[in-house]
Write a protein that binds this ligand. Structure first.
Ligand SMILES: [Zn+2]
Length: 248
């Protein structure tokens, strides 16, 4: 464990967050203990390296579903490497990827990957676009997406733009795991975490840096949200290095 990792488990589920910082990468690995099936929520840089560390190579076949919260690079930058790794090791099972509707970064990446390897890709990749209050069930995971208020800063006008962004509530057996994704305080963030067995909550700011900036939660806000869940984990803080320049 490092200061940038976190984990949680009960009898049914283990949650591993091998690494999460704002502006670099976040990957959440949710594993059903009864079936061994894996849900990945966000695929940050280094995801393959971290998956190999956690579970050797079982994940190549055991990844049941990938759910992306939004198109910022630190939440989907490891996806190309993961798809390449699954192709290299010959995964056969179709792979489903959930994205918020309008998340062009992921749909374009997947299109480019499929086009690049159209003759040699041994598994299907299917994208599903989710709205506010969408449900998506597999045999192992039951997801609900709620749109959250996450503003992007990386545009030419230097004005914040509301992004396609969701958080997820995930049912695994009797256990509920929820993840806010990146968000500022909003009704959906409260609904996502309410009574969850574990809520995974971002807290990029130690305190509000500027009342005009509406990108992320503060640690105090994250803790107040966490109090609505049975237990909570705070992730997505700024890394020590570069903390003055990383917006996340
Ligand atoms: Zn973001």
């Amino acid at each position: 464990m490092t200061k940038y990792s976190a984990s949680w488990e009960n009898d049914e589920v283990s949650v591993d967050i091998p690494y999460s910082t704002a502006g670099i990468g976040t990957t959440i690995v949710v594993t059903s203990k009864f079936t061994g099936k894996i849900l990945l929520i966000d695929v940050g840089d280094g995801a393959v390296r971290d998956l190999v560390e956690i579970g050797e190579l079982d994940f190549v076949t055991e990844i049941d579903l990938i759910a992306i919260t939004h198109g910022h690079f630190d939440h989907m930058g490891g996806l190309w490497t993961l798809l390449g790794f699954l192709r290299m090791l010959g995964r056969k099972k179709p792979l489903r990827i959930l994205i918020p509707n309008g998340c062009d970064e992921v749909s374009n990446l997947v299109s480019a990957f499929k086009e690049s390897y159209s003759e040699t890709l041994p598994f299907q990749i299917r994208i599903f676009r989710l709205q506010h209050n969408s449900g998506f069930d597999t045999d192992f995971f039951k997801l609900k997406s709620l749109s959250v208020e996450h503003y992007g800063m990386e545009n030419q006008s230097d004005r914040e733009v509301l992004m396609p962004a969701v958080g997820y509530r995930v049912g695994i057996g009797q256990t509920v795991v929820s993840y806010t994704g990146d968000t500022r305080m909003c009704d959906s963030a409260e609904k996502l975490v309410e009574d969850a067995d574990v809520a995974i909550i971002e807290a990029t700011y130690e305190r509000h840096p500027d009342p005009e900036k509406r990108v992320h939660l503060t640690e105090m806000e994250a803790k107040s949200l966490g109090a609505k869940a049975k237990e909570y984990l705070i992730i997505h803080k700024k890394p020590e290095a570069g903390r003055n320049v990383i917006a996340g």
